[in-house]
Design a protein around this ligand. Structure first.
Ligand code: G3H
Ligand code: 13P
Ligand code: NA
Ligand code: ZN
Length: 328
């Protein structure tokens, strides 16, 4: 059944686990996630970005998630809008049946320019007022996702006119987080700790200076009752990078967020962990390998089935690692 994000994360906090929020764009990704959830008896967050809505179209996304709920009646499912750029966009998703929306007021509507704190508070509070009236949850974001290595925001996040940001400007400030939650009433808060979207997060296995897990602890100590969200939390498995490279792909050396660091986050209030890139890498690796193995095959279902199995196993690993298994 479809449930709100708040209800799921309250349960996660009570039982001290985290929930992976997987980005979905098509049938194969949704099937893979649901198969993994059924196998591990885990609750599910399916999230759709603006890019997903553009790719599949809002009716297809909505009907596919409805189909998932119909096929797996025993599993709780949150349908979440990822990175809403405006109150209007959030309102559209609420009307279309999403049970949770993210108002990303950390960026202006162009989704590239960092916003002011006052703007962020104002738009987020507006969305909370609308959403809560119809029992829909809201995730806000405070801080600037991006690389502490280079002092720049990730390629999908951009930087403002000021250019390079300092370490302190990028990380979420615990005191400001407390004020933000009090002023907006968000159900969950995305924080900036040095992660960025996409495959190229870190040029080496991250240590505390570039992945600020300690900052999570400080924020959690200040606002222990707020559900924290980690974006850019793909682990970028080296095994899948190798498979992609072995079969004609060209991906440079890169490192993601280690699962053990996410587990440390979960011990300190992280309840939602956003993952898109890992599913992309697993599906791409599996498709490349399947195509190379059988050059005479031309039924795309064969390649897509291999991709689904790869995504399913990756999702099952995350459900287990984050303590979700058995919690549905
Ligand atoms: O927010 C980032 C997610 O990975 C979604 O990516 O905009 O390419 O769908 P996308
Ligand atoms: P990744 O690119 O690390 O998978 O992050 C996805 C994300 O944060 C979606 O909002
Ligand atoms: Na989100
Ligand atoms: Zn994100």
């Amino acid at each position: 059944a479809m449930i709100s994000l708040r209800r799921l994360l309250d349960h996660a906090a009570e039982h001290r686990y985290g929930v992976p929020a997987f980005n979905v764009n098509n049938l194969e990704q949704i099937q893979a996630i649901m198969q993994a959830a059924a196998k591990t008896d885990s609750p599910v967050i399916l999230q759709a970005s603006a890019g997903a809505r553009k790719y599949a179209g809002e009716p297809f996304l909505r009907k596919m998630v409805e189909a998932a709920a119909e096929m797996y009646p025993a599993l709780p499912i949150v349908m979440h809008q990822d990175h809403g750029a405006s109150p209007a966009q959030c309102m559209q998703s609420i009307r279309s049946g999403f049970t949770s929306v993210m108002m990303d007021g950390s960026l202006l509507e162009d989704a590239k320019t960092p916003s002011s704190y006052d703007y962020n508070v104002a738009v987020t509070r507006r969305v909370v007022e609308m959403a809560h009236a119809v029992n829909v949850s809201v995730e806000g974001e405070l801080g600037c996702l991006g690389s502490l290595e280079s002092g720049t925001a990730g390629e999908e996040d951009g930087v403002g006119a000021e250019g390079v940001l300092t370490h302190e400007q990028m990380l979420t400030d615990p005191e400001q987080a407390a004020d933000f939650v009090a002023q907006t009433g968000v159900d969950a808060l995305a924080i900036a700790i040095g992660t960025s979207h996409g495959a190229y997060k870190f040029s080496r296995k991250p240590t505390g200076d570039i992945l600020a897990i300690d900052r999570i602890k400080q924020i959690h100590a200040r606002i222990p009752n707020t559900h924290l969200v980690m974006h850019g939390s793909s682990s970028v498995p080296q095994e899948w990078l190798a498979v992609i490279r072995e079969h004609g792909g060209d991906i440079k050396e890169t490192y993601g967020v280690p699962v053990e660091e996410i587990q440390e986050g979960i011990r300190h209030g992280v309840r939602k962990i956003n993952i898109d890139t890992d599913i992309r890498l697993a599906m791409t690796g599996a498709m490349r390998r399947a195509m190379a193995k059988k050059p005479d095959e031309f039924d795309p279902r064969k390649f897509l089935s291999a991709a689904m199995v790869a995504a399913r196993d990756l999702c099952a690993d995350r459900f287990e690692a984050f303590g979700c298994a058995g919690m549905a």
